[in-house]
Design a protein around this ligand. Sequence first.
Ligand code: SF4
Ligand code: SF4
Length: 199
Amino acid sequence: MVGRGVLKGMWLVLREFLSTYPLGRMVLRVTGQPAGNRLVTVQYPDEKQQHAERFRYFPFLVYDQTPDNLRCVACKICEQECPPQCIHIVGPAKDEQGRPLKVHGRTYPVEFDIDTSICMSCRICVDVCPFDAIEMDNQYEMSSTERFGEMAFNKEKLLKSNEYFQQIKPTEASVVDQRLEAKKPKPAPTQPPTPPSAA
Ligand code: SF4
Ligand code: SF4
């Protein structure tokens, strides 16, 4: 029949529409139609949906204990791999031989910026980081009317504690914690005291 497909499509749209309301679902059940348990519009911001742990938005930099103990060593791998090139890192100063200057035996980024107005939340920076220094946040309430001042995150704004990471993504953080623990140098086994030789 000509137009049958159109009518079928319209019925599907009507059924989906009805199933988003409690009364509509009741009508569908009474008429023997599948009503399902459809998503309904949440009255945001008064109501907020609980997101799955894997939900991600923009990256943040992880630190242990205190913000000056950030894990990032400014290797710049994430900067090179970020598809839209929205990461900007300034590494440490260099000595006369061109070697990066270290503090407490390691390097730190002097600047670390992410332009979140360009970031596409792909998570590639997290996957390529050899130091588990960058993770994906689930904070999404960050709208702004100011393009550069608010959306370009500098190092201070990007830094968040490992406790925060454990809180928002407990499963992933636990895997990372175990991996970092396994990488820690093990203390050398203590030698048993040598017995005194007989005279
Ligand atoms: S999530 Fe993707 S786009 Fe955003 S900073 Fe990381 S690599 Fe770049
Ligand atoms: S976040 Fe990771 S990959 Fe990016 S510069 Fe720091 S240590 Fe390197």
